[in-house]
Design a binder for this molecule. Structure first.
Ligand code: COA
Length: 337
């Protein structure tokens, strides 16, 4: 790393999930399935979903407020907002711009969305790191929010069992004490295998030209088996690689905070690292896969529940549509959530 690169501090983290719970038993009202089938294959018992007018915007707003409060900064000190959402409630105005307004940020700071699906938080962290590291901005608000329930095909039992809604937020800032909270961070993608999980937006061609054969539904389409194979072959190795980059040994890192896609995928990473259950943060049982939000939710809730002691280190890892994946070894300072 360039000697002039300004180190980054993770200053605050927050999360929010909707109140409405859908259990596996509830899903038996929609199609033939069972709690046993879903739980043994995925580790999921229930998920939270938005209802009525509630969207990822509301969840993102609550998570952002908590992260800002923990960071102890004023709204007018925020220099930039990056929102990571797989499918935001509106493509524009962006989630980030909407949050800028709802938070009451008067400064005309840049606010933009970026899509890296379930790897969104790690991608956003890398972008923020570049912007802070080069001295362009000092304080950046990252919000990862998804309302998957609105883009789920609720007749498809292969996908709708998996997803849930939620938001997580992180305030990152130029480190005043010279200590970098990012010990390593890498992001990757392979578009050549991207079609295994996709959402085609509803669209039609100009009426004066030939119409497309397939009209998008705006719903998640997934080849679950292929995604599963991709995850268990790519992610555990990658996590090891990110740990190597940090110069640390796996046993010296306190926690694994993985994207919550499937308990069996989490266990594949856990086995590779030879970690005990206490070191692995898993809340998939209660939330399912909340896409970009899953890592910050697991982090902030893990602290809240006493599973994560701060003043520690963790390996974060995400993977998802694109296909995208990423990992970061980070320092978790006291007081961040
Ligand atoms: N309840 C009962 N039966 C179901 C079912 C459900 N919810 N969903 C699928 N089935 C049936 C299928 O119809 C199929 O029946 P058939 O053999 O008669 O055709 C059988 O169960 C096996 O289906 P399959 O899709 O092969 O199951 P699987 O073992 O691959 O498990 C997933 C499905 C989705 C749980 C698994 O593939 C997975 O978790 N993949 C990863 C997905 C993921 O993490 N995506 C997000 C990445 S960010």
């Amino acid at each position: 790393m360039d000697n002039n690169f300004i180190p980054l501090r993770i200053a605050g983290v927050g999360y929010s999930v909707p109140k409405t719970v859908i259990t596996n038993d509830d899903l038996t009202k929609l199609y033939e399935t069972s709690d046993e089938w879903i739980y043994t294959r995925t580790g999921i018992k229930e998920r939270r979903v938005v209802s009525g007018n509630e969207t990822a915007i509301d969840l993102g707003l609550e998570a952002a407020k908590k992260a800002i409060e923990k960071a102890g900064i004023n709204l007018d000190e925020i220099d930039c907002i990056i929102a990571a959402s797989s499918v935001p409630p509106q493509l524009y105005p962006t989630l980030a711009c909407t949050l800028q307004a709802k938070l009451g940020i008067k400064n005309t700071i840049p606010a933009f969305d970026m899509t890296a699906a379930c790897t969104g938080l790690i991608y956003a962290l890398q972008v923020a790191r570049g912007l802070i590291g080069t001295g362009i901005y000092k304080n950046i608000l990252i919000v990862a929010a998804d309302n998957n329930s609105k883009i789920t095909d609720w007749t498809d039992r292969g996908t709708s069992i998996l997803f849930g809604d939620g938001a997580g937020a992180m305030v990152v800032t130029a480190s005043e004490d010279g200590i970098d909270d990012i010990l390593s961070l890498e992001i990757s993608s392979n578009g050549a295998i991207g079609q295994m999980i996709r959402t085609n937006m509803p669209s039609e061609c100009c009426p004066l030209v030939e119409q497309a054969d397939e009209v998008g539904t705006g719903k998640i389409i997934m080849d679950g088996k292929e995604v599963y194979k991709f995850a268990v072959t790519t992610v555990p190795k990658y996590v090891e690689h990110c740990i190597e980059l940090s110069g640390m040994k796996a046993e010296d890192i306190n926690y694994l905070i993985p994207h919550q896609a499937n308990q069996r995928i989490i266990e594949a990473i856990q086995n590779r690292l030879n970690y005990s259950d206490e070191k692995v943060i898993s809340n998939i049982k209660y939330y399912g896969n909340t896409s970009a939000a899953s890592i910050p939710i697991a982090l902030a809730e893990g602290v809240e529940q006493g599973k994560i002691k701060l003043g520690s280190t963790a390996i974060l890892c995400g993977f998802g549509a694109g296909m995208t994946w990423g990992g970061a070894v980070v320092r978790l300072r006291e007081g961040i959530c």
